[in-house]
Design a binder for this molecule. Structure first.
Ligand code: G1P
Length: 292
């Protein structure tokens, strides 16, 4: 399966920080925000990745990841000249998708814990798989409606009236039909193609599976300065307690065998001395000890 990271948007809610770098390049505790969704893709076994971003920011992402070979991955870059909705990424990245199934993750979405994404990607055959996450303010998101038997029956973008507490987080899996189905979408009232309309198109044809994320999974939103601070505090708390990083793509790459132990050690040698490098050195020690 291929992966797309969408790192677009005007970043107006993080102004003035976004004057110099997009939201997804801002730090969340000890690493750029985009490291988290990238690690989520790598941990799910996806290493053919397209990054879609604005013409201004794309060169910065290229500087960050290059061709991806450092992570045993391959990166392709696409410009999104105007933010016209999440599914637009499938039209822009069509030459990359090339008739395969694809997982899309939003560049500002942080997931921690046992999400089941790896199994969902591994077992995916056709149609679409979306996830449901219980939140306090569902009206801010795409909300899932269920019937009495717990079957998902509808998805509504930012509903005015309460429907349920389960919403769609920014990780979606679709089969190769995604491009054609996106082409058939009409812009919503806010003038964008909506990911919820795309998923509804699969749902209408009985081709959408909704998997609820279990309790204990953290899905963090880093869309405002305050949410960014909360996310950073969460990451810091867990990392400090465990001595294990969340959202470390280099570690995910070696854990999944995308790079060999020797390549990993060589790469570490090229990094500046500091806390991040020291951490990667502890990953090597852990692997040498053979401990998990
Ligand atoms: C978008 C989607 C929404 C989804 C959310 C997840 O919202 O439209 O369905 O629940 O991402 O972050 P937006 O960020 O465009 O408000």
């Amino acid at each position: 399966m291929k992966g797309i990271i969408l790192a677009g948007g005007a970043g107006s809610r993080l102004y003035p920080m976004t004057l110099v770098a997009s939201k997804q390049l801002q730090a969340v505790f000890d690493k750029p925000m985009i490291y988290y969704p990238l690690t989520t893709l790598l941990e799910a076994g996806i290493r053919e990745i397209a990054l879609v971003s604005t013409p201004e920011d794309l060169p910065r992402f290229k500087k960050l990841f290059g061709d991806g070979s450092r992570l045993g991955a391959s990166f392709t870059y696409f410009e999104q000249p105007q933010p016209e909705g999440i599914p637009q990424a499938f039209l822009i990245a069509e030459p990359f998708i090339r008739g395969e199934s694809v997982a899309l993750i939003l560049g500002d979405n942080i997931f921690c814990g046992i999400t089941g994404f790896t199994e969902a990607v591994r077992d995916f055959k056709q149609g679409a798989v979306n996830f449901g996450y219980y939140v306090n303010e569902p009206e801010r998101y795409g909300v899932i409606a269920f019937d009495a038997s717990g079957q998902a029956t509808d998805i509504v973008e930012k509903p005015e009236k309460f429907i349920s507490s389960y919403v769609l987080p920014g990780f979606y899996i679709y089969d190769a039909e995604v491009v054609e189905r996106t082409r058939a979408l009409k812009p919503s009232k806010r003038g964008e193609l909506e990911i919820t309309d795309l998923s509804r198109s699969y749902m209408k044809d009985g081709k959408l599976k909704v998997k609820l994320l279990p309790r204990g999974v953290a899905w963090l939103d880093a869309g405002t300065p305050s949410a960014m601070h909360d996310a950073a505090a969460y990451i810091q708390t867990v990392e400090k307690r465990q001595g294990i990083k969340i959202g470390c793509p280099e570690e995910a790459a070696v854990e999944h065998g995308f790079v060999s132990q020797a390549q990993f050690e060589k790469m570490i040698g090229t990094l500046p001395r500091g806390e991040y490098r020291s951490y990667l050195e502890t990953v090597v020690q852990r692997k040498l000890r053979g401990s998990k």
